[in-house]
Write a protein that binds this ligand. Structure first.
Ligand SMILES: Nc1nc2c(ncn2[C@@H]2O[C@H](COP(=O)(O)OP(=O)(O)OP(=O)(O)O)[C@@H](O)[C@H]2O)c(=O)[nH]1
Ligand SMILES: [Mg+2]
Length: 329
């Protein structure tokens, strides 16, 4: 009996040849199993993949513990580290390419990205680090990926707005992370420092907006998850929505940029100090120079809107984004 396999099967089957790790092979075979139509003619093929997957799973189990949890860490750089995750083929790499201008590998088949890699995204006068990652599916998640998510300061989840499966795929990701004790929350959620590795501020990026479907997906996600996670619609192809995505990514980090100035001189707007939201003049002084913190007498502040200009303030004055500060010893 002929197998009558759809063309998609052969597309995905090709990627199997390039798969290096047992985890990748399992993920691709699971994908193949989801594509193969079930009838008499495909029984043997289905059984073959099932037994191969079982063998690979045994192989993973037999690995020494150190190799199972491959140590993976990307050194932080810039104003903050944001990890970009999502289901296969949603356009994670394409979005990063559009945001950074770097030639990230993008291709029309799942599991194009195999390793995590950092890229720098310019936002106004600062740079934010974005980490591209391999996809997460029901059967596949690199063991080191969770550790990397825990270390990152925020998360972007890229979804394919044109795919009817996206909300299910998001649910799978949310649940897989929950199993590993990681919870995704909205930008405004306060996160206590001791919970930092486990509670991550996240934004849902509805990509491929040029194909339509972003509004539908947004509604569907609201029904499924309530208003818990916010969305932003973009297209890595038409470049729509990217400016908003940059700003929202910056806001996700909950940081402020502060310009320090010397009395009588202009501030340097090109190299702001980066502080956590909620920082005060003392926190800035500590970052400028450790002596400053001890000797600080008072400070003068100018805000971006121009409503505060040279106001004399005390050490506990809360800093806003793009404040200019003159420290007086
Ligand atoms: N129409 C359209 N296609 C897009 C867009 N973004 C990405 N694509 C296409 O979607 C496919 C997958 O893009 P990738 O960036 O490789 O997706 P990925 O999420 O990094 O995939 P993996 O690394 O395999 O997990 C490619 O064929 C892209 O050209 C978009 O905004 N619009
Ligand atoms: Mg990719």
């Amino acid at each position: 009996m002929p197998a009558n396999l759809p063309p998609e099967y052969f597309e995905v089957e090709k990627t199997l040849r390039q798969a290096r790790t047992a985890e990748e092979k399992i993920a691709i075979m699971e994908k193949l199993l989801s594509i193969i139509p079930r009838h008499k003619g495909t029984e043997k093929l289905v059984a073959l993949y099932r037994s191969k997957i079982a063998k690979l799973k045994e192989e993973i189990e037999r690995r020494p513990a150190a190799r199972k949890g491959q140590l993976y860490r990307i050194e932080k750089s810039g104003a903050g580290q944001v990890i970009v995750i999502g289901p296969p083929n949603s356009g994670k790499s394409a979005v990063i390419r559009a945001l950074t201008g770097v030639e990230v590998e993008v291709a029309d088949f799942p599991f194009t990205t195999r390793l995590a890699a950092p890229y720098m995204m310019p936002f106004e006068n600062i740079k934010i680090q974005l980490i591209d990652t391999p996809p997460i599916t029901a059967d596949f998640m690199e063991s080191w990926l969770v550790e990397m998510i825990k270390m990152a300061e925020a998360v972007l989840v890229v979804l394919d707005a044109a795919s009817p499966e996206s909300s299910t795929l998001l649910e799978i990701i949310v649940n897989r992370l929950k199993e590993k004790k990681v919870e995704l929350v909205s930008a405004e959620t306060p996160v206590p420092p001791d919970r930092f590795p486990f509670i991550k501020r996240a934004l849902l990026v509805l990509n491929k907006g040029d194909l339509g479907g972003a509004e539908n997906l947004k509604e569907e996600l609201e029904i499924l998850f309530g208003r818990g996670l916010e969305t932003v619609a973009v297209s890595a192809l038409s470049l729509a929505g990217l400016e908003e995505l940059r700003r929202r990514t910056f806001e996700l980090l909950r940081i402020v940029r502060v310009y320090s100035k010397v009395p009588g001189k202009k501030p340097d707007y090109e190299s702001p100090f980066i502080l956590k939201k909620g920082s005060n003049i003392m926190d800035l002084a500590r970052q400028v120079h450790k002596d400053f913190a001890e000797k600080l007498n008072y400070a003068r502040v100018w805000n971006k809107q121009g409503t505060i200009a040279g106001l004399r303030v005390t050490r506990d004055y809360l800093l806003n984004d793009e404040d200019t500060v003159e420290l007086h010893l």
